[in-house]
Design a protein around this ligand. Structure first.
Ligand SMILES: [Zn+2]
Length: 413
């Protein structure tokens, strides 16, 4: 079938020897929320499995779904929320001051430039920008705000064509690398597009957080790779590039910003060795760490199912809080379906009235939640917003309402 293929080589080192680390079962794409009409039709499901490369310790999916199919009914869009806008502004100012200010001709290229929210911040400086964005509608919005945009996926051929005209001082790619199947082609493209003293800056979630906090629900079909510095460094070296700095980012919790250049162009910061040390200290270069992770995830599933069974025995109304992609991974893996959860609340209007893929739980407007607080238990599917949710739901908690937080360990509050 053309919608799905099984990959045989490591994305970073081309090795063919893998160890299956975690099997999350067959799951529908986690963003394919269902309309009422789609409920009766059979759903297409694909294996969701995490593999470890035995040579470079890169953890990745080998089950690859065609990206056109995967993103066809994508409800999630980068919303330009205030924290994101602030984050971008700081990001751009820092890069400009450190790497562009003193240059004569300044060229910045962003891969996956979305609607141009980040690049727009460069326009106040004397910078020549180019966005690369595969989504037609986003590329159009971006062009309207005077940002030159290529409507395409990024690959070597595109990079080569662009590089005939110009090369970049800075190439930016935020939360892109994890989605790219052919990373070899991708990094060749970066190399040809970069000036001799240019830098490549990217942000990715750090795999250490996934492993340490058992965040298995952040594993879904769109995310093909989960990066550690140990395996990234090796991969970049092989491609005549090197990491010279790493910064932790707060915005998505657990995201790292990695600075890359051609060899021996910048002084290497201590952060690089610090990250390597931390990763080794946590056993990211030891296969046993991944087996333990796998066991712990299975145990979490068992504990969560047990807790829910007890609550059901007490006639509690259990509902989901936040209909997210990762919530769907958790529900499908733990087999929590519409017989267990009555509904899920979500503020996204587009999702309301739809049903969760696989588990077919109806999604409702939070305003329509029954007013039976002492009887209710909210399963926190958007656990990454835990603090904000608890703050917003003070009254509910005071009235005797409860939350069940699933990760890193199921607890009732
Ligand atoms: Zn590898």
């Amino acid at each position: 079938m053309s919608r799905y293929k099984f990959r045989k080589t490591c994305r970073l080192c081309s090795n063919r020897k893998f160890k299956l680390v975690l099997n999350l079962g067959h799951q529908p794409p986690s963003n394919s929320f269902l309309s009422k009409n789609q409920l009766k039709k059979p759903e297409q499901k694909f294996p969701l499995r995490l593999y470890l490369c035995k040579k470079c310790y890169h953890i990745q999916l080998l089950d690859v779904i065609d990206k056109k199919y995967l993103f066809s009914n994508y409800l999630y869009m980068t919303s330009a929320s205030k924290p994101i806008i602030d984050h971008f502004q700081e990001y751009v100012n820092a890069i400009y001051n450190k790497f562009l200010k003193n240059k004569q001709e300044k060229i910045v290229i962003e891969i996956g430039s979305n609607d141009g929210t980040l690049l727009r911040n460069f326009l106040k400086y004397d910078v020549n920008v180019l966005g690369i964005e595969p989504a037609k509608n986003l590329a159009r919005i971006s062009r309207k705000s005077k940002i030159k945009t290529e409507n395409s996926f990024f690959d070597y051929n595109l990079a080569k064509r662009i590089s005939n005209e110009k090369k970049a001082d800075v190439i930016i790619a935020n939360n892109i690398l994890g989605h790219v199947d052919n990373l070899r082609d991708f990094i060749r493209g970066i190399r040809i597009l970069l000036k001799e003293n240019g830098i490549f800056v990217f942000e990715v979630p750090h795999s250490l957080k996934l492993i340490k906090n058992l965040e298995f629900d952040t594993i879904y079909h769109e995310h093909l790779s989960y990066f550690s510095i140990i395996s990234l460094r090796r991969w970049l070296r092989k491609n005549q590039l090197e990491i010279f700095n790493i910064e932790k980012q707060d915005v998505h919790g657990g995201t790292i910003r990695v600075f890359v250049s051609k060899k021996n162009k910048f002084k290497k910061k201590n952060s690089v060795e610090d990250f390597i040390k931390q990763e080794k200290g946590n056993g990211l270069n030891n296969i046993q760490t991944y087996f333990k992770f796998s066991k712990d995830v299975e145990n979490l599933k068992f504990l969560l199912q047990k807790k829910i069974k007890i609550l059901k025995g007490k006639n509690k109304i259990i509902f989901g809080y936040g209909a997210s992609a990762k919530g769907n991974v958790l529900l499908n893996y733990c087999q929590i379906d519409n017989k267990i959860l009555d509904f899920i609340t979500d503020t996204t209007v587009l999702k309301q009235g739809k049903f969760t893929p696989g588990t077919k739980i109806p999604i409702i407007n939070p305003k329509n939640r029954p007013k039976k607080d002492p009887m209710m238990v909210g399963l926190l599917l958007a656990w990454n917003y835990k603090n904000a949710i608890i703050e917003n739901e003070k009254k509910y908690l005071k009235n005797g309402g409860k939350f069940l937080i699933p990760i890193p360990k199921p607890i009732l509050i």
